[in-house]
Write a new protein. Structure first.
Length: 558
């Protein structure tokens, strides 16, 4: 029998009389006619949760969190978790927000319910409240990420397409892998503490390699500091207009492959491109073996790059991830209108021992930072944070900048790079035109598929109709432009269809309503895809690109 104890109470974590009987009563309360994803908090002596796991018809997936590390799972429970594809188990001490968010995204459109083990409700209620808040924040961040995907899905196709003329002739980040092993670097972000650490940056710039994360570039150059590298991957025009249009930086630019094309077009220095996994366009043309997974902020992307280059010691400057005196950006950094309107949503721990206000977006950056740091070998890279009043980042050590012995602790900069300025590549232009031609051709294929689907009776769908729909869909999937590019930008719809077929429909017996639902979901995907491609082809960027290069190509055929 397990018990929770503190200075005021002792609470049994399972039934004192019959845990098995308690488990059976609990299972009867689950709605078997509406299978759900259950997020279950607390395992007790494992009897209750083991009975639920064995009753597989009562759930789609069980995501189990144990709040107290002192509660030990028995061997039978561990074996059940290992052998079941529908059960996830974590101790809260090992729990990561990003893993949970990936889980929530996987079960898009399925009903989800949070359940607390009945004997845990009388334990450390503040701790349980913290866990529930974290879960709800994760669910909230998934919604924000989905909205971000919808907002940028055109840009994540068109910007890398326009960038091909520059990336095909640029340096690859692969050329620099581990080149800086054992060296020190500074990751300069644009938070409010950037300004107060300018003295440290000026003193350190001859000893440590300085990386300006996106918008920090002007905060540095306006104070006479020329970074060794600038990093960026944001696709939006606002990124160029606000942070790069007036920039006089001409050094190496490390560009995530979905970066706004105007930045590459107007950059007068070397370009080092880094393939991103969310970029399906560049991957069709440049076969890189390594690509960087998606992250929510350029500072996290910069830390990925630093790890790839082999740096052993990193100092974070301006990485506040919080509002310092109500400020989002440091003085001297150009602000977007959106950043001026962001409000504080939650509070997090600060490096000064107190709490500090932050937003959901900054909180997602914080979670991503901690997730990445957790996967970095601490023996190979040590990360220091200089933001006294900023958010505490787990895995970093706070250090006062004025306590750093620069000559002893940062070392020297002695690595020279031979990098050439990027020039537009005709091969890259032609590859972009080819992809536009493919989109135009596939747009007609989607139009024909939509016409065929529209002929079906929307109120009565037969097995024969389902076979026709499956054939139409299989034909679409044979087109790589659909399978590799379009559906990747329609991931929420695709995941909903997958979950519908996996969890909502019975393979052995489908009703007319089930078949209608199947057809409606496929029609939604095909219609959305057709409209999406139409919006791509009618985008001013594509129209201008074709007008500029198509006639030249026709006049000079290969």
């Amino acid at each position: 029998m397990y018990s929770y104890k503190d200075s005021t109470k002792k609470v049994p974590l399972n039934s004192l009389y019959s845990p098995s009987l308690e488990a059976n009563r609990f299972i009867k309360k689950l709605d078997k006619n509406n299978r759900k994803v259950y997020i279950f908090i607390g395992i007790g002596n494992s009897t209750l949760i083991k009975n639920i796991i064995k009753n597989t018809r009562s759930y789609i997936h069980l995501y189990i969190i144990e709040p107290f590390e002192q509660v030990l799972a028995d061997s039978e429970f561990i074996d059940l978790v290992k052998t079941s594809r529908n059960v996830t188990f974590e101790y809260y001490k090992n729990w990561f927000m990003l893993d949970f968010m990936t889980f929530i995204e996987k079960f898009n459109s399925t009903d989800t319910e949070i359940i607390i083990h009945p004997h845990y409700e009388k334990t450390k209620t503040g701790h349980l409240k913290e866990i529930i808040n974290k879960l709800n924040q994760g669910i909230k961040l998934v919604t924000i990420n989905n909205n971000t995907e919808r907002r940028f899905r055109k840009d994540w196709i068109l910007e890398p397409l326009l960038n091909l003329q520059y990336t095909m002739g640029a340096h690859s980040i692969k050329e620099l892998k581990d080149k800086y092993r054992g060296k020190s670097a500074i990751l300069a972000a644009s938070g409010p503490s950037l300004k107060e650490n300018m003295t440290f940056l000026k003193e350190a710039q001859n000893s440590a390699y300085i990386f300006a994360a996106g918008s920090a570039v002007n905060g540095l150059t306006n104070n006479g500091i020329i970074p060794d590298f600038v990093t960026s991957f944001d696709s939006g025009d606002i990124n160029y207009d606000t942070h790069f249009k007036e920039s006089n930086y001409k050094g190496p630019l490390i560009a995530g492959s979905v970066i706004n094309s105007n930045i590459l077009k107007h950059h007068e220095g070397p370009i080092i491109y880094a393939q991103l996994t969310l970029d399906d366009i560049t991957r069709r043309v440049i076969k890189d073996k390594y690509s960087f997974p998606p992250v929510p902020s350029v500072a996290v992307f910069t830390l990925q790059i630093m790890q790839f280059l082999g740096f052993s010691k990193i100092y974070l400057v301006g990485q506040d991830l919080a509002y310092i005196n109500g400020k989002y950006y440091a003085q001297g950094v150009n602000e977007t209108d959106a950043s001026k309107k962001v409000n504080a949503d939650i509070t997090v721990k600060s490096n000064n021992g107190g709490m500090v206000d932050t937003s959901y977006s900054l909180y997602s950056f914080l979670e991503s930072f901690e997730f990445l740091i957790n996967h970095i070998d601490q023996n190979e890279m040590t990360i220091y944070n200089t933001s006294r009043n900023g958010a505490y980042i787990k895995g970093t050590t706070f250090v006062e900048p004025n306590s750093i012995n620069i000559s002893d602790e940062l070392g020297i900069k002695d690595i020279a790079l031979d990098l050439k300025a990027a020039q537009a590549s005709e091969a890259g232009i032609n590859e972009g035109l080819k992809i536009i031609d493919e989109l135009e051709e596939f747009s007609e294929t989607l139009h024909d598929a939509n016409k065929s689907l529209s002929r079906l009776n929307p109120k009565a769908v037969s097995i024969t109709d389902i076979k026709k729909v499956s054939k139409i869909f299989s034909t679409l999937r044979n087109h790589t432009i659909f399978e590799d590019i379009i559906t990747q930008r329609m991931s929420s719809i695709v995941q909903r269809i997958r979950n519908l077929f996996l969890y909502k429909l019975d393979d052995n017996q489908t009703t007319n309503d089930d078949r209608i639902m199947m057809v409606e979901e496929i029609q939604r995907l095909v219609t959305s895809s057709e409209k999406f491609i139409e919006s791509l082809l009618n985008d001013n960027r594509v129209i201008k690109y074709k007008a500029q290069y198509k006639d030249k190509q026709n006049a000079n055929p290969v």
